[in-house]
Design a protein around this ligand. Sequence first.
Ligand code: ADP
Ligand code: G6P
Length: 503
Amino acid sequence: MIDQPRRLVVVSNRLPLVLSPGADGGLVSKPGSGGLVTALLPVLRDRGGVWVGWPGIADHTAEVEAALDRSAKKAGYRLAPVALSAEDQAGFYHGFSNEVLWPLFHDLQSLCNFDPSYWRSYCEVNHHYAQVVLAEARPDDFIWAHDYQLLLLAAELRRAGFTAPLAFFLHIPFPPLDIYLKLPWRFTLLRALLEYDLIGFQTLRDQRNFIQCVRALLPDARITHRTRRVDLPDGRGVSVGVFPIGIDAAAFQRQARSAGVTAAANALRAELPQREVILGVDRLDYTKGIPLRLEAFRLALRQYPELQEHVTLIQVVVPSRDDIPQYRNLKTRIEQLVGEINGEFTRPGGWVPIHYVYRSVDRLDLIAYYRAAQIALVTPLKDGMNLVAKEFCACSVHGDGVLILSEFAGAAAQMQNGALLVNPYDIEGMANAIRQACTMPHAERQARMKRLRQGVSRQNVFRWVNGFLEAAIARDLDAFPLPPDYVPSAEAEQAYWDTAFAE
Ligand code: ADP
Ligand code: G6P
């Protein structure tokens, strides 16, 4: 596909910063939140290139350009803005991306709003992104689109006559066939996605689901196991790979050991003496399973009273997508549960079981939370990967943290040997896991965390990007087998291939 290092052009819905009007009439710039930005920032910093995306503000003024230029100079790569009107944001971003694709791809189809006007807006805005890419791209660039907001980008670029190779990575899960079939635009979307030349998924689960959808909806496509390729009747071949994303583990470790973070973590611990600190960190999103997690914490306190006064849950919730009613309702539900639990258990002596933080905290404060906590509670109902789980391990520099992890997070495939896996719908199971984590012998904690830290360091974001780019060069995914520790066993992998690619 490409034969030498080329300029990297990353296209994602958002740029890594969010501009908004400030009180003084100027612009305020905040870092974007979410795993996509965290993962891609070090990649662009490392390689340079261009990042195409929406700067988070409707108007495109000279001031916006100037703010982006200033940020780009500091960052060392170019920021190319895509202007989205308020109408685009309503139909494309809040509408089709986050009220159709986001719930559907996380298996929550009952939360979908299949409004046909959302689909039209999604098509128009993908076209609009394509125009910006066309204006930006040079013939030798490596164009890499990201995530569910841009499933139609390749098709729009092809329609405009663009012939160079195009690669795509899906950060969120790909749903099973029965769920994908609910989408009214299922054929068009799948066919458009296959205009990319390389499609990357987080896990085998997602790749398998995708292949099953292709087999069911496009029976003329030929699927080859050995080369992980889908051959289309028009003669084009599409490579479909698994590339579990990682973090810049070395940077997290370094920052976790820094004097500032050490002092902040010690101060947090001093406020909670003799307590086991359990940490949850999530965007405010219904896929993260926060209410069920809080119920499990309540059950653990009721069922195991010896935990009372000995554990404190710090739940950090980062505001997200608050124009969508379901997100606002979730906030109310979480606040209600926190209030109920604190009301039931708070002791006059000062113990408050849940410390609830609802705001965007900066990176060093977040790392201080990771470092201060002994247990991380990461229980999404479904998640593409979940970087919080990896960041906690990288920052657990004493090597004795315990990770409780949902079996439906993509990260579970890589972290199952060290984490306590839970079903996020099983409140009793999670309550038991909380107790198990609190009472786990020190040696077992260390042994588990050692495995987790090794995995997170090895399978880092640079390895992810290199693996993806090498696969793009080779177009032969057989040359890039999955890391040996990625699947539990050779038999499991064989069983998977037997079903996914059975003729
Ligand atoms: P998602 O991408 O669905 O939000 P992930 O767990 O994969 O879930 O990624 C969340 C990312 O957001 C992590 O990299 C985490 O460090 C980052 N993050 C968490 N809290 C904040 C915060 N308060 N402000 C900015 N980013 C945050
Ligand atoms: C997840 C998605 C990203 C998205 C991020 C934040 O990580 O995979 O594509 O950017 O959440 O969500 P937002 O809607 O604020 O961009």
